[in-house]
Design a protein around this ligand. Structure first.
Ligand code: SF4
Length: 285
């Protein structure tokens, strides 16, 4: 079996930037707690490591009951949460990915220009909730079937942004569905560059290899999207989140395997999995 690695393994620049910030803060900590509003990235291994270094994960600013500092994670947060932090005098550090900040600006601009805000993305995802929280109100659509008369009938102008890690083809199908109800639609494609590159690579490579292995957490949106794109091309596609799972999947003994990862997968996990695969190859020869 021949192993071929993706050009884009491990963290995207946004996740790397946020993790560097948090690790530096935790290393320099003398007194006072650091709290993170939501999970910095959707990866259990990364979260466990940061918790072990002293980071406390909270869901609401109200949960800070000492003189701690709140770190806003890479997916960003709502204006309401920021206001609450300010009104309570809770110090905070904004580690939101710059690409997400751009989406925040776009949706505010669209609302100001008179467009009704629509977010194409997964309801309940931290990033999507943070984007919606930039404007007075907004619709969230994650599937073509979410575009219903009940939601869209009567709207004359809608301004659409897209969750940074969404699948482009799916977003365009949703846009086309919205067009059936709304004549004036302004869509700003806010899928981020690292997502575009990773998804494009999977589209191109999935058909060229016998099996595709995606390393990342099942709770990570971008990882799941890579899996879905690869599955369109072939059946032999696996998503695994830890080296312990490698023994339970049926990889081919011959041929080639392409390895990609989500944007929140630590490098050491990928290295461990590759090393296990290499051992398996040696024992099969
Ligand atoms: S996936 Fe894109 S938006 Fe999300 S952290 Fe990475 S660069 Fe930023």
């Amino acid at each position: 079996m021949n192993i071929v690695l993706s050009e884009f393994l491990s963290y995207c620049f946004g996740v790397r930037r946020t993790l560097n910030m948090v690790n530096k803060l935790l290393a320099a900590r003398q007194k006072g707690n650091y709290y993170m509003l939501g999970e910095i990235v959707h990866n259990e291994h990364v979260i466990a490591d940061l918790k072990q270094k002293g980071l406390k994960i909270i869901n609401q600013p109200e949960q800070v009951r000492d003189k701690g500092t709140v770190i806003i994670q890479s997916h960003g947060t709502s204006l309401q949460a920021i206001r609450l932090l300010k009104s309570r005098g809770i110090p905070f550090i904004d580690a939101t990915c710059p690409m997400v900040k751009i989406i925040h600006q776009h949706i505010r601009d669209l609302e100001e220009a008179g467009y009704y805000p629509v977010v194409i993305g997964k309801k309940g995802h931290d990033e999507v909730e943070g984007i919606v929280g930039q404007v007075r109100e907004a619709l969230i659509v994650g599937e073509v079937s979410d575009v219903t008369a009940k939601k869209f009938k009567g709207l004359t102008r809608v301004g659409v942004v897209i969750q940074s890690t969404f699948i482009r083809e799916k977003a365009l199908s949703i846009r086309d569905e919205i067009r059936k109800w709304v004549a004036d639609i302004k869509l700003i494609n806010t899928i981020c560059d690292p997502t575009i590159s990773r998804q494009q690579e999977i589209r191109e490579k999935a058909g060229q290899y016998d099996c595709i292995l995606i390393i990342g957490s099942c709770s990570s949106a971008n990882t799941n999207h890579l899996y879905q794109l690869a599955r369109k091309e072939k059946d032999c596609v696996y998503l695994i989140d830890s080296p312990a799972k490698i023994g339970s999947i049926a990889l081919p003994d011959r041929g080639s395997i392409f390895i990609a990862s989500g944007a929140s997968t630590p490098e050491y996990l990928i290295d461990e999995i590759i090393s296990l695969l290499e051992k398996r190859m040696i024992s099969n020869t």
